[in-house]
Design a protein around this ligand. Structure first.
Ligand code: CDP
Ligand code: CDP
Length: 226
């Protein structure tokens, strides 16, 4: 009865991956790992050290020197870099606008990918990102590709910030489309739907409906494994 699996949830920005992955992990008693937060942490580090995406050697050195830790927090997951809590800082607009450029770096992907595989080695992990099912955990027992129309995803993000940042819905939609494009077009482990992933289009679905669908799929997998 102690069979545990790994669940990979990939998809574009604002599809609901982190919201849903956290709840699914909670319901299954699994550990949730937000890999986007790791790319954001490296981006914050690069910005603080004034390293730009066109300085691959320095970026490689930086990522190798960073100690990134994830810990369950009150609202989702807390992120620490070399002992400093950067949970809030990594969500800034500055980081969001640059993260896809930093995430295209080969060494950054290699180092973070290895950390992610280590975190999932003992199974019982729900991991969300862009390349989890396709690259990080190709053996994951359940792979979900969670998506929604770009309009819907922009609207979700817009509701989230609710006037706290000086940005229009149109601008958000453009930025999200740009980030999707960068993530899909990069050479190394791009955002892609793994051939054995279950595609879930969450446009018009509530969060609860998405959670239920994924938990259902995981229970089916667990039953099959017995
Ligand atoms: O939550 P949001 O959709 O804004 O993005 P995120 O999951 O925090 O990821 C931020 C960025 O990190 C993505 O746009 C990708 O450029 C990068 N990322 C990646 O390259 N590979 C992953 N497995 C996860 C994130
Ligand atoms: O991690 P990812 O970028 O894929 O999405 P997220 O950070 O979980 O953000 C999705 C936003 O859309 C959150 O504010 C959710 O409350 C909301 N939402 C959702 O996740 N799923 C739905 N079916 C409807 C709304």
């Amino acid at each position: 009865d102690d069979f545990r699996m790994n669940i990979a949830i990939d998809g574009p920005a604002g599809a609901g991956k982190s919201t849903v992955a956290r709840k699914v992990a909670e319901q299954l008693g699994y550990v949730y790992i937000d890999t986007g937060a790791m790319y954001r942490a490296v981006t914050l580090g690069a910005q603080r050290a004034s390293i730009t995406p066109d300085q691959p050697t320095m970026l490689a050195e930086l990522v190798r020197s960073m100690k990134i830790e994830l810990a369950p927090g009150k609202e989702g997951q807390s992120v620490f870099v070399n002992g400093e809590d950067v949970t809030l800082q990594i969500r800034s607009r500055e980081v969001t606008l640059q993260v896809s450029h930093i995430a295209a770096n080969e060494t950054v992907r290699e180092v973070l990918g290895q950390m992610q595989r280590n975190l999932a080695a003992r199974k019982g992990v729900v991991m969300d990102g862009r390349d989890i099912g396709s690259n990080v955990l190709p053996e994951a027992e359940l792979k979900i590709y969670l998506t929604a129309t770009v309009k819907e995803r922009a609207l979700r993000r817009y509701r989230e910030i609710e006037g706290s940042q000086n940005v229009t819905l149109e601008q958000l939609e453009k930025e999200i489309a740009e980030r999707d494009n960068l993530d899909e077009q990069r050479e190394i482990s791009p955002l892609i739907c793994a051939s054995d992933a279950v595609v879930l289009d969450s446009t018009g679905m509530t969060i609860e409906e998405v959670i239920r669908a994924i938990v259902q799929l995981s229970r089916t997998k667990l039953a099959e494994a017995k």
